[in-house]
Design a protein around this ligand. Structure first.
Ligand SMILES: [Zn+2]
Length: 174
């Protein structure tokens, strides 16, 4: 990866955006998000500690996340606050990762990478947002991902990858 491309991505503000979007989606009290934002960013490479920090702060607020509870139930897991917190942290991480990926991808679209491929990942359930696009190739300058961001909802585990021109030629000839 081009060093210059990575340097220009503001990891921290992208993380804050991801955290705020996720918090709004999961109705986490704003006071909690504000208080722990910087601390969470520092522990970002350790989801287990991030979960602990979040759980500790959110515990007194009476927060619970019905959508995560439903998902935990479907997965046969306990509906504990800790497990809901784990879902929240991984939701934030997924959003953050997508923002970085989208930023970097925007720099290399065009001739070197004519296409992107969206895939649903390992989820057992079809993505509520992108199921129709699973495995489809889209031109890399598509606005689809900006209009339909990945990881917008908890059920989305989708990822995308850039297809370079050699791979694209090979796929066309198959
Ligand atoms: Zn999706």
């Amino acid at each position: 990866m081009d060093k210059d491309v990575q340097d220009n991505f503001d990891e921290k503000s992208a993380f804050e955006d991801a955290l705020n979007e996720a918090a709004e989606y999961a109705a986490v009290p704003k006071s909690v998000t504000k208080r722990i934002g910087p601390t969470l960013f520092e522990t970002v490479n350790n989801p287990r500690s991030a979960t602990k920090i979040f759980e500790k702060e959110v515990a007194d607020s009476g927060w619970c996340w019905p959508e995560a509870i439903a998902l935990l139930r479907a997965e046969g897991k306990k509906e504990t606050l800790k497990n809901q917190c784990e879902k929240f942290i991984s939701f934030v991480m997924g959003k953050w990762y997508f923002k970085g990926q989208l930023f970097r991808a925007a720099r290399v679209v065009g001739k070197r990478f004519p296409c992107i491929e969206i895939s649903q990942g390992p989820s057992r359930w079809p993505c509520p947002d992108h199921a129709d696009y699973d495995g489809l190739l889209l031109p890399s300058d598509t606005t689809y991902l900006r209009e339909n961001p990945l990881r917008k909802t908890l059920g989305c585990k989708c990822t995308f990858r850039l297809i370079n021109k050699w791979e694209y030629e090979r796929m066309k000839n198959q």
